[in-house]
Design a protein around this ligand. Structure first.
Ligand code: ZN
Ligand code: FE
Length: 255
């Protein structure tokens, strides 16, 4: 049973995603920054949203939920931990649990850091993980609510997924993320190649999301805090991985 994945640009630089089960006709929409572009993308394909999966409570991921739900009657899924500040949920999810979508397994992964109730949705049959503002293309979300230790642990869970997994994250920040990444690892050949490819894609107006987990592992400085060459570059040999991650995050906040 194939699953089709579509990226939907919303607002200035947000992304929603649609996951469509071709046999059952069901469609899950992941995050709804704005209902308009999502409804348009659905109707272009003759699809109906049956479920809405929320990664976290920020307005730029949930503001379109009400309109999309009114237009489609879709069920809304989100983190139990944040049920009090998410749009009303039809199903409250906890990290470590699994649910099903059109007969396919969906694993819920707790990824606190950007917010404390942030979750990711891993769909092995689609080879995709929906990460919202946790792991992003060449970056990770700011630590608005959680700690660096929490985010480092969250990124570790995502890094352990199969390397061919598509990372479907919530924003088109990749170009500026690449500029920052090069300040951490200016000599990383995979990063230099990726930064050039990202610049070219953006010049052509193409999205750089989703990205491949394998390329994140090779180039994303936030995933690479445990690498000896990164520690050396920061003068932090012997430091704990999480402390190196915290330093990279601090530098990015000031970048
Ligand atoms: Zn956010
Ligand atoms: Fe966001």
């Amino acid at each position: 049973m194939p699953l089709e994945l579509v990226t939907v640009p919303c607002l200035e630089d947000n992304y929603a995603f649609m996951l469509h089960a071709t046999e059952s006709g069901e469609t899950a929409v992941v995050d709804v920054p704005d209902a308009g572009p999502v409804l348009e993308a659905l109707s272009e394909r003759g699809w109906q949203a049956s479920e809405i999966w929320l990664t976290h409570h920020h307005w730029d991921h949930v503001d379109g939920v009400r309109d999309l739900q009114e237009a489609t009657g879709a069920r809304v899924l989100g983190a139990a931990a944040d049920a009090h500040r998410l749009p009303p949920l039809n199903q409250a999810l906890r990290g470590g649990e699994s649910c099903r979508f059109a007969g396919h397994a969906v694993s819920i992964i707790d990824v606190p850091g950007h917010t404390v109730g942030h979750i990711a949705y891993h769909v092995p049959d689609a080879g995709a993980v929906f990460t919202g503002d946790s792991l992003m293309a060449l970056g990770c979300g700011r630590l608005f609510e959680g700690t660096a230790d929490q985010m480092w642990a969250s990124l570790g869970k995502l890094a352990a997924l199969p390397p061919e997994t598509l990372v479907c994250s919530g924003h088109e920040y990749t170009l500026s993320n690449a500029r920052f990444a090069l300040t951490i690892e200016p000599g990383n050949p995979a990063l230099k190649a990726r930064a050039a490819a990202v610049a070219k894609a953006r010049e052509a107006g193409r999205p750089t999301v989703p990205s491949r987990l394998s390329e994140e592992l090779a180039t994303n400085p936030f995933l690479r805090a445990g690498q000896p060459e990164v520690k050396r570059a920061l003068g932090m040999e012997g430091a704990e991985d999480a402390a190196v991650f915290a330093e990279i995050r601090r530098r990015k906040d000031a970048f």
